[in-house]
Design a protein around this ligand. Structure first.
Ligand SMILES: Cc1cc2nc3c(=O)[nH]c(=O)nc-3n(C[C@H](O)[C@H](O)[C@H](O)COP(=O)(O)O)c2cc1C
Length: 199
């Protein structure tokens, strides 16, 4: 099959795109608002986009608290999600009034970050503390609905020491959760090594 998404319907039950571009890492984005109230939500339109300097992005489909807090404070933390925290991650995606603290709602502890005011998630295998570098307005297919990409410069990297073995991150041990299409997720339990041809 073939379709042109700007002008044609795919004819399937759901848009196939998120079942094609996967697995997507989940950035569990913690922020605070201007009054210091913490907020937490998962974003799978998330990735590391540069490593020198380290930069990450997440995209907000609509104007959500995470985006508003990034605009208000210029800071966020992208926590990585272990499959061990699947239920808490999912609970934190519930649409709640802005004044509800998703850390408390999902039964999570907030731990103070070192380079930003937004806290990190206790139990997350790693957390990237970020200063907002730019907020890029993307085209939106729904008139009046923002579609915005938050680009962050990583100012602090926390790694749970449990996952450091022989000077390397034990990736399989972190059992990161990844987002697939539909209601599906993947657990990254095994990785394999492949050298570059010119290594
Ligand atoms: C695994 C997962 C990934 C998600 N990814 C995104 C995303 O990339 N962009 C988005 O706008 N919403 C995404 N959502 C939905 C938000 O988490 C949800 O709208 C949340 O209530 C936003 O919270 P906030 O208003 O506190 O930022 C995702 C939800 C889940 C469960």
């Amino acid at each position: 099959m073939y379709y042109e998404p700007l002008t044609q319907d795919h004819g399937l039950r759901h848009t196939p795109l998120k079942a094609l571009v996967f697995p997507r890492p989940i950035g569990w984005i913690s922020t605070v608002n201007a009054q210091g109230q913490p907020n937490l939500a998962p974003y799978s339109f998330f990735n590391l986009v540069s490593d020198a300097p380290a930069m990450v992005e997440f995209c907000s489909s609509g104007e959500k608290d995470s985006l508003r807090n990034c605009e208000a404070t210029g800071e966020f933390v992208a926590n990585l999600v272990s499959a061990r925290q699947t239920q808490q991650m999912n609970a934190s995606s519930t649409a709640l009034p802005s004044e509800v603290n998703e850390f408390e709602f999902a039964g999570l502890q907030a731990v103070a970050s070192q380079s930003v005011k937004a806290p990190r998630v206790d139990g997350a295998p790693a957390s990237l503390e970020c200063k907002v570098h730019d907020i890029i307005e993307l085209p939106s297919s729904q008139p009046g609905r923002r579609n915005a990409m938050v680009l962050g410069l990583v100012t602090g990297v926390y790694i749970d020491d449990t996952y450091i073995k022989d000077g390397m991150v034990d990736q399989a041990a972190m059992t990161l959760l990844a987002r697939c299409g539909y209601r599906d997720y993947a657990k990254i339990e095994r990785v394999f090594e492949l050298g570059r041809p010119d290594d």
